[in-house]
Each structure stands twice: as C-alpha cells, then as structure tokens.
Design a protein around this ligand. Structure first.
Ligand SMILES: *Cc1c(COP(=O)(O)O)cnc(C)c1O
Length: 429
C-alpha cells in the first residue's frame, strides 16, 4: 500500500503511520466504553437508549438529513438497522484496507450488489457489465432487472478495448447509461478488465450525455490486499465478505466501499431495504480481519507452489493462474498495473472432459468439493455443472468454461499435503 497518498483515516501513533494490519486490533474502539473489554463486545441489541429527549430529536434530524453534521460529529446510536457499534467499527476497519472514505457492510455480497444497483439504476437505464460475472449478479441483471425496465449490455473479460467501447456505445443507444460493472479477475478464467478504460468511458459518457455512470468493481477475488480498484479511477468497490475477508467459511456478508458522495446514497437505500449486516456477523468479520493479511499471504504463497505442480502434471492442461502470465500477453500490462499478486483462486483443466474431472474430484480426500472460495480450507469445484451451469452453453464455451475445467481456492493447509491430495485425484483419472 502506498503510504504517500492521502489517507482518509487517522492512523498515526506519535510520528508512526500505522499499517492496516496493526490497526485491525484497535481502530475505532475504546475499551473505556465497554468495562475495559479488550475486544469489542457484540452489541446484540435492536435499539439504543437516548440520553435525553433533545438528543433523540438531534439524532433523528441528522439521520434523516434535516440538518448537517457538525464538524467531527457522528450520528448518535438510534436503532440497529441504522447504526450499531459492531457494524460501524467493522466498516471503519474495512475502509482502512481500501483507503476509502466510507464502507457500508451488508448481510451478503448479493445484498451489497443489489442495494448498489437499486441506488443508481432506474427504469429506462442500462448497465454495461463484464462476462463472466458472479452467477447471482448475472441472474439479477439478466432476469430480474429487465422486469423493472433496466436493460444491460455485456462484454467479455479479456476482450479488446474496442469491444468494450462498442458495448458502451450500444448501451448509450438503449437508454441512460447508469452503471458500468466489472468483475476482475473474472471467475473462473482469471481474465482481467482494464479499470482505467472503464473510468475513461464513464467520463466520456458524462460529456456526451450529461450523466456520469457509476463504475463499480466486484473485488471479491483478489480482495483489498491484492487489488485496490479505487486507485484506478473506479467509483465503488463491491465485496462478498463471505470469501477472503470473512475467510473461514462460517459467515455470509458483503460490503461496498467508496467516496462519501456516492456512499451516502447507498446508505439511504440500505436503510430502507434493511440489507445491513447484523451485529454478530460484524463482530465475526472484525475477528477475521485481524488475520486477513497473514491468511492471504500464506494462501497466495501456497497457491503458487500448487499451480506450478499442476502446470507440470501430464494430466493437467491450461492452468489459468495469473502468476504464469507472460510479459508478451496482451493482458500483462493490466495485471502489472492492477494486481498486487496472483491471489489463490484459479482454474485448470483435467484431461478426459467431465468424466475425467469428476473422477479427479471424487478421489480427493483433503480438498473439499464445494462452491465458494477464500476460506481457510481448500475448496474445489466444477463450474460447468454447478456455479456456471445456467450460463448458455455457447457463452460458456466462449468464455472458456469447459467440461474439463476445475476451480480451486487454496486454503491454509501445507502445500505438500495438498499436492499429495491432488496427486491422489489425478492418479485416478
Ligand atoms: C460469492 C460472490 C458473490 C456473492 O456473495 P454472497 O456473499 O454469496 O451473497 C458476489 N461476487 C463474487 C465474485 C462472489 O464470489
């Protein structure tokens, strides 16, 4: 993380600028308010007592926008759909990782994505989005939003700049371009989308149409450790906290990160939809964030070792691991610019089509056969028959999701044990 650029958060101890991992154990919480408790308690309450009738009035005037906040003033605690200490401290800590002005946490990644879309899109609007995108997001855009007369145009992650420009042009001809939404790296093919280009196209659309589309990026895959879309001109960053940030396959959550000006609109919509994260899950995510860096560093290291093993195995082809990208690859510059590391989720093909892939998967004993990713345990899945089974077969072929493709999310096991397990699976093919 660059320490020279402006930081939105108070992070100094004396002259020492504290790093995000240091702040995860303390930021935003003062033990003196909770009987000296070292860790923040779970504020398992629906509502909060006002110190006085006047205070209640003041809080509501602020929460409903009838008055501006005084400098440094935060809205007093009212009701847990609006604010709760666990939710707020979690959001402040997550904002440190992204170095963003504001984060809002949600009950799931889909709650974050749907609330954001409903904040900025209205009937007659058009969304441009990258393919492949998370299945829930795709269903929302392709099946649900059209019923509200919100249309879309897709482009394929990894396509040429001209193809992306053509998608934006087409969208502008269909209605008001309200949002450009990308997932990069794409799941499961690890193809990248050039974020600076999306920013430029949004600016250009504003000049031409008078309306600036919101550029949003789903950053679930590389997480705040390895990719910071806000540094590349993106307006909003979306997360499924269920994956790397939660990191233990024991919770479902989501977040949106960005500048106050946009986030206050998302906050208003979240308050009405009630899609916020609950206090206990917020507490769990805070606990997870204390180890976020060491978890992501460890799984990323192991992923390289495993990817190298798979690349050299005779029964494996096409290891879509970002760390193997060659300097002459047309996407190399994007990788170099946007990604701090190759991450630890990647896909590869097992010889023998679906039958080969299934024999491999059914003979693993350590890697767990499950959808999802980013947990402490290694998870492995077959996208064509599960997460991507509803994608049109032609589109699936086009974006590289073959019957042979397997996706693996590396956890915290020892690389030797994982390699022994994968060898066992491949021996059965
Ligand atoms: C899992 C996931 C989502 C959805 O998140 P939930 O927490 O399951 O609602 C969105 N985007 C990506 C990239 C994901 O992997």
């Amino acid at each position: 993380m660059s320490e020279t650029k402006k930081s939105y958060h108070r992070r100094k101890l004396g002259n020492q600028l504290l790093k995000p991992e240091t702040l995860m154990m303390s930021y935003g919480y003062d033990p003196k308010f909770s009987e000296g408790s070292v860790t923040i308690p779970v504020f398992q309450t629906s509502t909060f007592v006002f110190p006085s009738a006047q205070a209640g009035k003041d809080y509501f005037d602020l929460a409903t926008g009838r008055r501006e906040a005084n400098s440094g003033e935060e809205c007093g605690l009212i009701y847990s759909r609006l604010n709760n200490p666990d939710l707020q401290v979690l959001e402040e800590r997550l904002a440190i990782w992204d170095d963003s002005e504001k984060v809002l946490a949600f009950s799931s990644g889909m709650a974050a994505i749907s609330t954001t879309i409903l904040t900025f899109c209205r009937p007659g609007d058009v969304i441009v989005y990258s393919h492949p995108i998370y299945g829930g997001t795709e269903h929302l855009i392709e099946e649900v939003l059209p019923e509200m007369n919100i249309k879309s145009v897709a482009f394929t992650a990894g396509c040429s700049d001209d193809d992306i420009k053509a998608a934006v042009e087409k969208a502008k001809g269909m209605g008001r371009l309200a949002m450009i939404l990308a997932e990069t790296p794409a799941n499961p093919t690890n193809k990248l989308v050039n974020l600076k280009l999306l920013d430029q196209l949004a600016d250009q659309a504003e000049v031409e149409t008078g309306h600036k589309p919101v550029v949003a990026v789903d950053n679930t895959f590389l997480g705040p450790l390895w990719q910071r879309p806000l540094d590349h001109g993106v307006d909003l960053v979306l997360y499924s906290l269920t994956k790397y940030v939660g990191g233990h396959s024991d919770l479902v959550g989501g977040a949106v990160s960005g500048p106050d000006e946009l986030m206050s609109q998302v906050a208003g919509m979240r308050m009405m939809l009630g899609s916020m994260m609950d206090p206990h899950t917020s507490w769990l995510v805070m606990r997870s964030m204390e180890t976020l860096k060491i978890r992501m560093e460890a799984s990323t290291r192991t992923a390289r070792t495993v990817a190298e093993f798979l690349r050299d195995h005779p029964k494996v082809t096409n290891v879509h691991y970002l760390g193997f990208m060659k300097k002459d690859d047309p996407q190399y510059d994007i990788y170099d610019e946007q990604c701090g590391s190759a991450g630890s989720t990647f896909a590869f093909e097992v010889k023998g089509g679906e039958a080969g892939a299934f024999r491999f998967l059914d003979n693993l004993k350590l890697a767990k056969l499950a959808v999802s990713l980013g947990g402490t345990e290694t998870l492995i899945s077959h996208p064509a028959s599960t997460t991507h089974s509803v994608v049109d077969p032609e589109v699936r072929a086009d974006i590289g999701i073959t019957e042979s493709l397997v996706r693996i999310s590396i956890g915290l096991e020892h690389a030797d044990d994982l390699i022994a397990d994968l060898t066992r699976g491949l021996d059965a093919v």
